[in-house]
Design a protein around this ligand. Sequence first.
Ligand code: BGC
Length: 374
Amino acid sequence: MILRLLCTVGLGLIFLAMTQAAGVKKSAFGKTKAGEPVDLYVLTNANGMEVAITNYGGRVVSLKVPDRTGKFADVVLGFDNFDGYLGNDPYFGALVGRYANRIANGRFTLDGHEYHLAQNDGKNSLHGGLKGFDKRVWRAKDASANGVPAIQLAYLSADGEEGYPGTLTVTVTYTLTAKNELRIDYLATTDKPTVLNLSNHSYFNLAGEGHGDILSHLATIYADRFTPVDATLIPTGELASVAGTPLDFRTETAVGAHINADNEQIELGRGYDHNFVLNRTGGGLYMAARIVEPSSGRVMEVLTTQPGLQFYTGNFLDGTIHGKGGKVYGRRSAFCMETQHFPDSPNKPQFPSVVLNPGRRFTSTTVYRFATSN
Ligand code: BGC
């Protein structure tokens, strides 16, 4: 009788421990140069998968995902300490905005007014300018519901900030679902017409961050077309077919198979650094890409409501950054799959519109879903 009682209590405790594992834990992460405190939020789901996010730039700092044997590894590049993010940092894990990717010559015209942005990438504007959303401190709160861990980040971008018109109210919710998905929901409103393109700039290596290059990852990108670029990585405006080019990932292909091909677009991108025009399959979330790391069996699927995907193979990483545990992040040691509107859309009327008007709500969702294969 007593034994049975003890067993029941024991099982109950184990069950409690398992279910209690899911949640959000907050701790101090550091202080900005201006002395603003910054926190780290660790979200854990019922399967033990874990994502750490800081409210500095809404950055994904670590993402621990199981391999085919159940062994966890951190699959995103980044730094152990907050100060790393204040130094030489190529947008590791960041929320990028107001405009993800490039705007040609740092200039665009909206309703007859010409707006001028910081030219922080040669003559172009990149990822929102000198102090984009990646370098702002966001307000954060626990947004967990029904035992599913989530945090909501909010940022109020002043009218004229980094040259963009309109007071922009942005919220981004990160949720770690029980299906091993990192879900990102974006919402924005404005008080004046403006342009907007929001994305997340995580650098993935599914073998684990710091584990060599990503050339043997097998990628599928559900896109028949891409936007070719000029020498400064601004789209020419054309939507070109991927057929017969190194950008054809419609069937599973090793990332490294054609990354050094004798091809103008590959040369201009120094590898892959291109926006793919996703094949939409109706409204809502649809599959954008799938990528498999053969040795660990880790699989990542990218689903989105956005029209484009920037596939960037870390061509500008050059070994000068020492990341977590002092690991050297060399060329092509990670890839980014940034869901987005097309680069330079404010100057390309033929591209899907990025204009947000007062009284309208911008919403978008992207899901990074993790699984394993044999
Ligand atoms: C761009 C790259 C750039 C990288 C880091 C990507 O979104 O497409 O050209 O080097 O971000 O800034």
